[in-house]
Write a protein that binds this ligand. Structure first.
Ligand code: ATP
Ligand code: MG
Length: 264
């Protein structure tokens, strides 16, 4: 069973808390998407849930165990994390980067088992990066790099998958594809997925629940059909929208309305 329970979590950085009194649970096998404006605390929450922030109070348990008492290696067996990536230089090749995701499963660093190789092949094919395997990370495009880091997290083969804006840098075709891959992993391998995203329309069909964060607090948490309303979007994002029904999924979809004075 994969379950994370969060009770009264307040967390932040040296200059104080960013998140205040966060309580919720991430249910076994669900796909939960966190949405909110820039600076609302999405990345901070994803980091805090892994016990990565020193300035934190409250309770977080993973399958009943206190997150703060888990060693890095134990945590790496439970949660794979794709951080919000910006451009940086990274000397490793694509293949080496993905293999890093396998380290927690290896007895010794230098030994690569046949199951490691199989997993690496599988995730490279899934994320369509086979052709890039010998390239250096520093020489990839933003979207190619994003797919490599997603592949590395998949290679880690954990029950929980945390992704911070997995669709950023991706073209519209790969955006949909990444979410389809995640959905397949959820359905076929029972993974529990927590992800942040700016593109609300993109995540609605894939998420069982959405979390709207505003100024470090949970403003709403629930099924997309209940949460995606004109009023909620105005309150959380300060954006004027119309809600319509997506012709394929029959789920709500937002349509932006230009702000006053910006009408053409
Ligand atoms: P975005 O959509 O832009 O990624 P976000 O919702 O992920 O935004 P966070 O990165 O969680 O936002 O940031 C929340 C707040 O915490 C912001 O006010 C930010 O300035 C602050 N913050 C983030 N990282 C640090 C840090 N390392 N030290 C101090 N403050 C930080
Ligand atoms: Mg962020």
């Amino acid at each position: 069973m994969a379950l994370i329970e969060v009770k009264d979590l307040s967390a932040g950085y040296e200059n104080g808390y960013v998140l205040e009194n966060i309580s919720f649970s991430l249910k076994d096998g669900e796909f939960l998407s966190i949405l909110g404006r820039n600076g609302s605390g999405k990345s901070t929450l994803i980091k805090a849930l892994q016990g990565l922030l020193k300035n934190a109070s409250g309770q977080i348990t993973v399958d009943g165990e206190d997150i703060f008492s888990l060693k890095a290696r134990q945590l790496a067996k439970k949660i794979a994390y794709v951080p919000q990536i910006f451009s940086f230089s990274f000397e490793f090749s694509v293949m080496e980067t993905i293999l890093m995701g396998r380290y927690i499963h290896q007895g010794r660093l230098e030994s690569i088992s046949s199951s490691d190789s199989r997993m690496v092949e599988e995730v490279m094919s899934l994320t369509q990066i086979d052709h890039l395997k010998d390239k250096k990370i520093a020489h990839l495009s933003g979207g190619e790099r994003q797919r490599v880091f997603i592949a590395r997290a998949l290679a880690q083969d954990t029950p929980f998958l945390f992704l911070d804006e997995p669709s950023s840098h991706l073209d519209i075709s790969y955006q949909v594809e990444i979410y389809q891959i995640l959905k397949r992993l959820q359905e076929e391998k029972g993974k529990t997925i927590l992800s942040t995203e700016h593109n609300i329309n993109l995540v609605i069909p894939y998420s069982q629940r959405l979390m709207f964060l505003k100024e470090g607090k949970i403003r709403a948490l629930g099924e997309p059909e209940k949460l995606v309303t004109k009023e909620n979007i105005k309150e959380v994002f300060d954006a004027d929208v119309e809600i319509r029904e997506n012709i394929h999924s029959k789920l709500p979809e937002i349509s932006l309305i230009p702000k006053e004075g910006e009408k053409s």
